[in-house]
Design a binder for this molecule. Structure first.
Ligand code: NAD
Ligand code: MG
Length: 385
C-alpha cells in the first residue's frame, strides 16, 4: 500500500490523480486531501477514498467541511498552515497540484517531509527553483515532474550521461490563438482564452497557454529540473500535442515521448514510478493522426514567451517577479478588468520597475512575490477595458 496525499485535490490535476487512485484502491491509502474552498468536492472525495484528513485553506469553510464529514472518520481542518501540516504527515507519495504561489509553502513542506513529491505546481520551481531543488536534495526527496513536457523529458533523459545531452525541446500546442492576428487578439474574452484546443485544465494555466506564458514558465521549470544550461532549452510549436517533448543528444539522436493529451498518463508515470501502471487513456492511433506538424514560436504575437526567456537568462529575482505579476494579470483578465494583450504588458512593466537582489530562502522569495504583486496591482489599476 502506498500512502498518498493530494495537495489541491479538487482541481484538474488533483481530480485526475484521484481518478487513477480510485481505479486501484487496494494499492493506495489516502492520508490527506486539501483544497482552497470547494467543500462539496473535497468532502465527497475524502468520503470516497476514506482519507484520514481533509483540509480547506479558507478558514471560513471549516464549519461546512466539519458538517459534511461528521461521523465519517475523516478529520476536518482549515487554514493555510493546516495545508502545510497536511503536507508534513510523512507519506510515501505527495501530489503537489495547488495552482500558483499559494503552493510554495505546501510544496516546501512536502519536500522537507521526504518520500516522492510529484510536482504539477510549476510556479514553485519558477519562483523558488534554487531553494526548492536544494531542499529536495537536502532531505533526500525524489521530485518527479508531472507537467506533461517535463514528464516526457524525464522519460527520455539518460541521467547517467548528462554530457551526452545537447538540447531539450519543449513542445507547445500554441494554444487557442495560434493563428489569431494581433488585431483580433485585442478582443479576446476570458471564455475564449480558457477553451484550450487539446487539454482540459484549470483556468489559470489555460490562460497561460493562450498567452504562451505557460511555455515560458516551463522553460524555467525545465532549467531547474534537468542538468542543462538555459541556452540548451528550446520551444517548438506542435499543434497536435502528440509529442510531449524531446531530448536531443550530441550524436544527433532525438528521443521523444508520445501519447494522447491526457494528464493521467504523466500522473500515472509518477504514481507508479519506477514501475508502470495501466490507465484508461486513449491509445494513439498514428495512422488516424496521419501527420505531425511543427513551427517556430512567434515571439511577436506571444511576447510573454520572450519575457520568461529573458527572466530565465537574467536569473535572480526575475522569475519570481515574472510569475507574481503574471498571476495578478491573469486574475485581472479572468475578472474582466484587463484586456488579453495587457497580461504580458503588465508583466513587462512590473519587471521593468522592480529589480531586487536574488532571494536566497523561501521567505525571501515570498517577499519578492508580495512586492511584485503590489506593483502589478497598481499597474492593473491603470488599465481601462
Ligand atoms: P485548478 O485550478 O484546476 O486546481 C487548483 C487546485 O489548487 C484546487 O484544488 C484548488 O482548491 C487549490 N487551491 C487554489 N488556491 C489555493 C490556495 N490559496 N490554497 C490552497 N489551495 C488552493 O488547477 P490545475 O489545472 O489542476 O493546475 C494545478 C497546477 O498544476 C498548476 O500549477 C498548473 O500550472 C499545473 N499543471 C496543470 C496541468 C493541467 O492539465 N491542469 C498540466 C500541467 C501542469
Ligand atoms: Mg505543460
Amino acid at each position: 500500500m502506498k500512502r498518498v496525499t493530494i495537495l489541491g485535490a479538487t482541481g484538474s490535476v488533483g481530480s485526475s490523480t484521484l481518478d487513477l487512485i480510485e481505479r486501484t484502491p487496494e494499492r493506495f491509502e489516502v492520508v490527506a486531501l486539501t483544497a482552497n474552498s470547494d467543500v462539496d468536492k473535497l468532502a465527497a472525495a475524502a468520503i470516497r477514498t476514506k482519507a484520514k484528513v481533509a483540509v480547506v485553506a479558507d478558514p471560513a469553510c471549516l464549519e461546512a467541511l466539519r458538517e459534511r464529514l461528521a461521523g465519517t472518520g475523516t478529520e476536518a481542518r482549515a487554514g493555510a498552515e493546516a495545508v502545510c501540516d497536511a503536507a508534513r504527515l510523512g507519506v510515501d507519495w505527495t501530489m503537489a497540484s495547488i495552482v500558483g504561489t499559494a503552493g510554495l509553502k505546501p510544496v516546501m513542506a512536502a519536500l522537507e517531509a521526504g518520500g516522492i513529491v510529484a510536482l504539477a505546481n510549476k510556479e514553485a520551481l519558477v519562483s523558488a527553483g534554487e531553494v526548492m531543488m536544494a531542499a529536495a536534495q537536502a532531505h533526500g526527496t525524489t521530485l518527479l515532474p508531472v507537467d506533461s513536457e517535463h514528464n516526457a523529458v524525464f522519460q527520455c533523459l539518460d541521467r547517467t550521461a548528462p554530457k551526452g545531452v545537447s538540447r531539450i525541446i519543449l513542445t507547445a500546442s500554441g494554444g487557442p490563438f495560434r493563428r489569431t492576428s494581433i488585431e483580433d487578439m485585442r478582443a479576446i474574452t476570458p471564455k475564449q482564452a480558457v477553451a484550450h484546443p487539446n487539454w482540459s485544465m484549470g483556468a489559470k494555466i489555460s490562460v497561460d497557454s493562450a498567452t504562451m506564458m505557460n511555455k515560458g514558465l516551463e522553460l524555467i521549470e525545465a532549467y531547474h529540473l534537468f542538468p542543462v544550461r538555459a541556452d540548451q532549452l528550446d520551444v517548438i510549436v506542435h499543434a497536435q500535442s502528440v509529442i510531449h517533448s524531446m531530448v536531443e543528444y550530441v550524436d544527433g539522436s532525438v528521443l521523444a515521448q508520445l501519447g494522447s493529451p491526457d494528464m493521467r498518463t504523466p500522473i500515472a508515470f509518477a504514481l507508479a514510478w519506477p514501475e508502470r501502471m495501466e490507465t484508461p487513456c486513449e491509445r494513439l492511433d498514428l495512422a488516424k493522426i496521419a501527420r505531425l506538424d511543427f513551427e517556430a514560436p512567434d515571439y511577436t504575437r506571444f511576447p510573454a514567451l520572450q519575457l520568461a526567456r529573458d527572466a530565465l537568462t537574467a536569473g535572480g529575482a526575475r522569475p519570481a517577479i515574472l510569475n507574481a505579476a503574471n498571476e495578478v494579470a491573469v486574475a485581472a483578465f479572468l475578472a474582466g478588468r484587463v484586456a488579453f494583450l495587457e497580461i504580458a504588458a503588465i508583466v513587462a512593466d512590473t519587471l521593468s520597475r522592480y529589480d531586487p537582489a536574488a532571494p536566497d530562502s523561501l521567505d525571501a522569495v515570498l517577499a519578492v512575490d508580495a512586492e511584485a504583486r503590489v506593483r502589478a496591482v497598481e499597474r492593473v489599476k491603470d488599465c481601462v477595458v
